[in-house]
Design a protein around this ligand. Structure first.
Ligand SMILES: Cc1cc2nc3c(=O)[nH]c(=O)nc-3n(C[C@H](O)[C@H](O)[C@H](O)COP(=O)(O)OP(=O)(O)OC[C@H]3O[C@@H](n4cnc5c(N)ncnc54)[C@H](O)[C@@H]3O)c2cc1C
Length: 383
């Protein structure tokens, strides 16, 4: 390829996909390189929710929750074919979070994001709504809504639209080397293809720092924590199209979510790991998830009920807190030393905030690209 791209993105997860869609819609020459197929890593191993993140309110992450709630509304509009609003029930348990705290959290959740088309929260009688599902001691519940999404499809739709708008999408090719010059990066793929780009974006998810130090040979200014999250899948534990948010003694929460008509998706765990490669569930995670369910449900499950499982790695920004409290927000590291072509590293993030993240990437690069950063368009164009 002889052309020089304006932007080349390493990594076809949701963040890379969102960035190439946004940039190609602004008439920039964009290329995405993904070492496997798009959406095949972290972005398809998620809990598959577009959510405000009720739990993050406890960590005072109001900015993130507000942005996520607003994005939930946008994604409901632009990706209506692959999203479904779904009620979540928090069974009240006296020894855990007090009623006033849950109600305060839900009040903020209902209001922080502004005007919503998603139903507001309410208090429910569990015995009436879920007879013979939860144990007798769970009588009161709190109901709120979030969106269920086909996470992989979300990546694919973004990439398809980018391609339609002229982006070059290269799958099954790994970026293995790069040379940084004054105005241009030389990017070398594993089949020796040479690509040239004015700006390089590293959106390699859990591989971000490996890519930065081993492939791009640049210093990493930020540390990340790799936190594995696993899910188990069982035959449906109940018929209603409602999900449960189960509180645990360790303050963590576990979701039980209806999945593909006849299954329940149960997750997630948080275990620190040291490599992003081939994450797999281990026995202690299976036990943890099973115990959480058995504490609440009348029907008791065991390892024999697990029909499938999957694990993903959260690339979280190191802020030296316990795994469940580490921020899920995203952070940019723009390396724009004047004597060299710019590099933007994308740390953290969520499926939910990918579109806004992409918009903010364009804003961050405004001194290097010829676009009007006020010309944001992705919130109004269906995927
Ligand atoms: C268990 C779990 C549950 C989650 N649940 C939710 C949820 O319900 N809702 C939500 O909003 N968020 C959720 N998240 C967060 C969300 O899934 C991630 O933030 C998001 O998917 C990360 O996307 P990404 O594009 O950064 O990374 P990835 O999807 O991992 O993409 C990075 C890509 O880079 C590629 N790559 C790496 N190195 C190279 C190279 N040298 N050359 C070419 N390609 C390369 C990889 O192959 C990979 O495909 C969850 C995360 C986990 C782990």
């Amino acid at each position: 390829m002889n052309e020089t791209f304006d932007i080349l993105v390493i990594g076809g997860g949701i963040n890379g996909a969102g960035i190439v869609r946004d940039a190609s819609g602004r008439n920039l020459k964009v290329c995405l390189v993904e070492k496997n197929t798009v959406g095949s890593a972290t972005s398809s191993w998620s809990t598959k929710l577009i959510h405000g993140g009720l739990r993050y309110l406890e960590n005072y992450e109001f900015r993130l929750v507000r942005e996520s709630l607003k994005e939930r509304e946008v994604i409901k509009k632009i990706a209506s074919d692959i999203t479904t609003p779904i009620p979540f029930i928090i069974p009240y348990q006296k020894s855990l979070r007090p009623k006033w705290l849950i109600k305060l959290g839900l009040f903020l959740y209902d209001n922080l994001g502004g005007k919503m088309t998603i139903p507001k929260s309410s208090t429910i009688n569990i015995k009436n709504e879920f007879p013979n599902i939860l144990k007798d001691q769970y009588k009161t519940g709190f109901q709120y809504y979030d969106l269920q999404i086909d996470d992989k499809k979300l990546v694919e739709l973004n990439v398809k639209d980018a391609e339609k708008k002229g982006a070059t999408i290269i799958e099954n090719r790994e970026v293995i080397r790069a040379n940084r010059n004054k105005n241009v990066w030389d990017i070398i793929l594993d089949d020796n293809t040479l690509l040239k780009t004015k700006i390089l974006i590293n959106a390699a998810g859990p591989w971000i720092n490996d890519t930065l130090t081993k492939v791009l040979k640049q210093n990493s200014k930020k540390s990340i924590r790799l936190v594995k999250g696993s899910h188990i899948i069982t035959k449906s534990l109940y018929r209603q199209k409602k999900a449960f948010t189960l509180q645990n003694e360790d303050s963590r929460i576990i979701f039980v979510i209806p999945y593909k008509d006849e299954y329940s998706l149960i997750g997630t765990t948080e275990t620190e790991v040291f490599s992003p490669e081939n994450p797999k569930i281990d026995n202690s995670e299976i036990d943890y998830l099973i115990n959480s369910v058995n504490k609440y449900f009348i029907k008791q499950i065991s390892g024999d009920d697990v029909v499938s499982s999957y694990s993903g790695i959260r690339p979280l920004i190191e802020d030296f807190k316990e795994a469940s409290k580490v921020t899920r927000d995203y952070v940019f590291d723009l390396n724009e030393d004047n004597s060299q072509a710019p590099l933007l590293n994308i740390y953290g993030g969520k499926l939910t905030t990918y579109r806004k993240l992409a918009e903010n990437v364009i804003l961050t690069l405004k001194n290097h690209i010829d676009v009007d950063s006020n010309d944001s368009w992705t919130a109004d164009h269906k995927l």
